[in-house]
Write a protein that binds this ligand. Structure first.
Ligand code: GTP
Ligand code: ZN
Length: 359
């Protein structure tokens, strides 16, 4: 029999009779996969849950420990979500018409992790300020941050940026790795202990899938280059979102976790270039592209030397780089909205009895 301790369950007080504890390893639409001491089961939420949950954040997500009514011959029923020791949430705008954000819902994307690996690549877009922004996010989550500098093979001398990060952020461990050669991976052993759970935070393309594959010692995730060719489906063989590593540690990798990294990239530019974007408000046209438009405040500021040309070029380069990331974010949001519409439609069909068998 599987012991739930293997899945990082520390202690559950007084389990009511007839209920079985488990950990959510996967969530698709409204169906959950839960690891329990009786093995892996599929489960749905008990109806009462929909009435008693006060906010969306109360609904279970990947990483949660839950209690369920075990059903041998069909879906088990999740009756409760146990208290979380850490969590990441994102703002969910999907319930609203475009451009008309009302109350923004909190959507939880991963829970009960011990470590937050902040991944940042050592290639050209290496940027300590961005790492610090992720660090703020990580600290709020309740997990313990660890900074991972990826693609060490692409840096002429990775010891330089490594020293720079260590100096700027002295209170957080920093490691340089290469998922392709395995360089530095053994330094991560101290985190990869049985029962420990890890999440990855970082921009698209920093090497999250590659690191997961390296730690899994097999290809469970497609890496970007391959994915662009087949253009569909992130996963190779599995839809799993909580991975058990050979070391006994676990990695949670949900689409929502990946989106967190994407959103931050855009925000990071806004925060890092406030001095540049401030000029935009003085442009004559609100949709000014700051190229050749009359009354463009940016062009005037460049002319007068009030905005250093170098700064403007840095900004433009970052924006360009981020465009790829934003397109991807848009794609994910669209996809989420589509899935939701489909789910709602099927619910309505069920309600009106359209989907039922005829006698
Ligand atoms: N040279 C080098 N390239 C790497 C390394 N790790 C990942 N890459 C490459 O970087 C690209 C992106 O890697 P992924 O692992 O797909 O990145 P990701 O963070 O999962 O990206 P998203 O799925 O968009 O979130 C791929 O072309 C990888 O081959 C590394 O250690 N060294
Ligand atoms: Zn302008």
């Amino acid at each position: 029999m599987m012991n739930l301790k293997t899945y990082g369950c520390t202690e559950i007080e007084a389990i009511p009779d007839g209920l079985l504890p488990g950990r959510v390893t996967e969530l698709r639409r409204e169906r959950f996969t839960v690891m329990t001491e009786r093995g892996e089961v599929t489960a749905v939420l008990k109806g009462a849950f929909y009435h008693s949950a006060e906010t969306r954040a109360d609904f279970p997500c990947v990483g949660d420990f839950v209690l369920l009514h075990y059903n041998e011959s069909g879906d088990s029923l999740i009756t409760a979500v146990l208290p979380r020791r850490s969590k990441f949430s994102r703002a969910d705008y999907s319930g609203h018409d475009e451009g008309r954000a009302k109350t923004v819902l909190e959507q939880v994307v991963a829970t009960n992790f011990d470590y937050v690996f902040i991944l940042s690549s050592l290639n050209l877009d290496f940027n300590v300020t961005r790492i610090m922004r992720y660090l703020t996010q990580a600290k709020q989550s309740g997990g313990q941050p660890v900074i991972i500098l990826t693609k060490a093979d692409l840096a002429p001398d990775y010891n330089l940026p490594l020293a720079e990060v260590r100096q700027s952020i002295p209170d957080v461990p920093v490691h340089a790795i290469c998922s392709h050669t395995g360089l530095g991976l053994s330094e991560l052993d101290s985190y990869l202990r049985p029962g420990k759970t890890i999440v990855f935070l970082g921009m698209s393309g920093v090497g999250k899938s590659s690191l997961l594959n390296a730690l899994m010692e097999q290809d469970v995730m497609k890496v970007q280059a391959i994915r662009e060719v087949d253009s569909r489906g992130r996963h190779t063989t599995t839809h799993r979102q909580l991975f058990m590593l050979p070391s006994g540690a676990m990695v949670i990798d949900t689409p929502g976790m990946r989106e967190l990294g994407l959103f931050d990239a855009d925000e990071g530019i806004r925060a890092g270039f406030a001095d540049v974007e401030e000029w935009f408000r003085q442009c004559r046209f609100t949709d000014c592209r700051h190229q050749a438009e009359p009354g463009c405040a940016v062009l005037a500021a460049l002319e007068d030397g009030l905005l250093p040309r170098e700064r403007w070029e840095q900004y433009a380069a970052q924006r360009q780089e981020n465009k790829v990331v934003q397109d991807k974010t848009g794609y994910l949001i669209d996809k989420r909205a589509r899935n939701k519409t489909v789910a709602m439609r099927s619910k309505q069909t069920k309600k009106s009895g359209g989907g039922k068998n005829k006698y």
